[in-house]
Design a protein around this ligand. Structure first.
Ligand SMILES: Nc1ncnc2c1ncn2[C@@H]1O[C@H](COP(=O)(O)OP(=O)(O)OP(=O)(O)O)[C@@H](O)[C@H]1O
Ligand SMILES: [Mg+2]
Length: 358
């Protein structure tokens, strides 16, 4: 369980649909939600994790900080998508300092980008109880390698400088998600699949007894549905989004068009999730995923949870990152928090990071 220390950071999740910001205070009575809010971004300000409209995104972030009266300038954020690679590698045993010097060479063969174009980070994983004989003989160790493309990292750093914020932690979405699970009231032991579906990103992280055994990001999300509605009805993206979220009623004659768009997209997502589960089942034969914890705005699509449950045969629950936090009712509208909970997950996971974390 991550225990926030004194040096707290503001968690900022920069999504293509909206920015979410969260602050958590650690007290001797437990963790308190100090702040949470979101602000929408115009379509195309962020595309595939890359910040296309730096000024607009910075202005939105500034506004959000101002509206929530956040004073802390130390922030934690995360990236995801094709510019991040997480891989478990097995290499001859060596100390952390040795590895620091040689990680670039070790990583080279596992990274599909030019090694000079990425920032590398690693974590030596605790040795598994059931080491293979070969591993024992050769004294190998498992290392979790995280590589992020430098151009994306630099974009995020520029954004924070422009916004006069101090980036302390750069995380990845899949790990922030896992952090949020750890403070939730969901069962921690056993094997659980986290599935986060946003506007442009679908992130899967399968956790076994608190350790991530599989992660994958795909370019899927709610904006696929919005774009299709836009194309089929020949309207603007914003109008399509409004119809999608029920802001404007659908004409009865158009209902079949919508149903087709929703069901074909949700089918694609479900296939992606099933592929991941099958991969986990064949790679780690001995384990069984017990349930799927969904989050991200697109998990709210009507019928998605039921369909995913039927297709996978697993119990589907919505991950609520607020469940174990103390919520001061004077400060927050409970209805708003309940509605935004699935979207808040990554920002809450990030707010738990503290200065000193890498
Ligand atoms: N009640 C709802 N029903 C259906 N879709 C919803 C609902 N609420 C939000 N969404 C959709 O969820 C998406 C936004 O979710 P989220 O905030 O998790 O995405 P994001 O983090 O901004 O995007 P990214 O995928 O780039 O990280 C949008 O596509 C939005 O239309
Ligand atoms: Mg997101």
């Amino acid at each position: 369980m991550p225990i926030p220390k004194k040096n707290q950071v503001v968690g900022i999740d920069i999504g293509s649909h909206s920015i979410k910001v969260a602050e958590i205070e650690d007290s001797n009575k437990g963790m308190i939600l100090k702040n949470f809010g979101m602000i929408g971004l115009p379509h195309d300000a962020i595309v595939e994790g890359s910040i296309k409209e730096m000024q607009i995104v910075s202005a939105a972030l500034k506004n959000l900080f101002k509206n929530l009266r956040i004073k802390n300038k130390n922030v934690a954020t995360s990236i995801s998508g094709y510019s991040v690679i997480v891989k478990k590698i097995t290499i001859p045993q060596k100390g952390e300092e040795d590895l620091e010097g040689s990680i670039q060479g070790e990583a080279e063969q596992y990274i599909p980008f030019d090694i000079n174009d990425v920032n590398l980070d690693f974590q030596i994983l605790p040795s598994q109880k059931e080491e293979t004989e070969e591993e024992e003989k050769e004294e190998l160790m498992d290392v979790l390698l995280v590589a992020a493309k430098k151009d994306i990292v630099e974009e995020y750093i520029s954004l924070f400088h422009l916004t006069e914020l101090n980036p302390i932690v750069l995380d990845i979405d899949a790990f922030a998600l896992q952090n949020a699970l750890e403070i939730s009231d969901h069962e921690q032991s056993g094997c659980h699949a986290l599935v986060h579906i946003g506007a442009q990103q679908l992130t899967i992280n399968v956790i076994r007894d608190g350790t991530s055994i599989f992660t994958r990001d795909s370019s899927y999300g709610g904006s696929q549905i919005t774009s299709e509605i836009q194309n089929k009805l020949n309207i603007s993206y914003e109008q399509a989004e409004n119809i999608k979220l029920g802001g404007k009623p659908i004409e009865t004659s158009q209902r079949p068009i919508f149903e087709e768009i929703f069901s074909s997209t949700v089918t694609k997502w479900t296939q992606e999730i099933k592929r991941a589960l099958e991969f986990v089942a064949t790679t780690f034969g001995d384990i069984e995923v017990e349930n799927i914890l969904v989050s991200g705005g697109s998990c709210l699509i009507p019928g998605l949870i039921k369909y995913l449950g039927l297709e996978t045969g697993l119990k589907i629950e919505i991950l609520n990152p607020f469940a174990n936090l103390e919520i001061k009712e004077k400060l927050f509208d409970t209805g708003y928090l309940n509605y935004t909970a699935p979207m808040a997950v990554i920002s809450i996971g990030l707010a738990l990071r503290s200065i000193g974390d890498r």
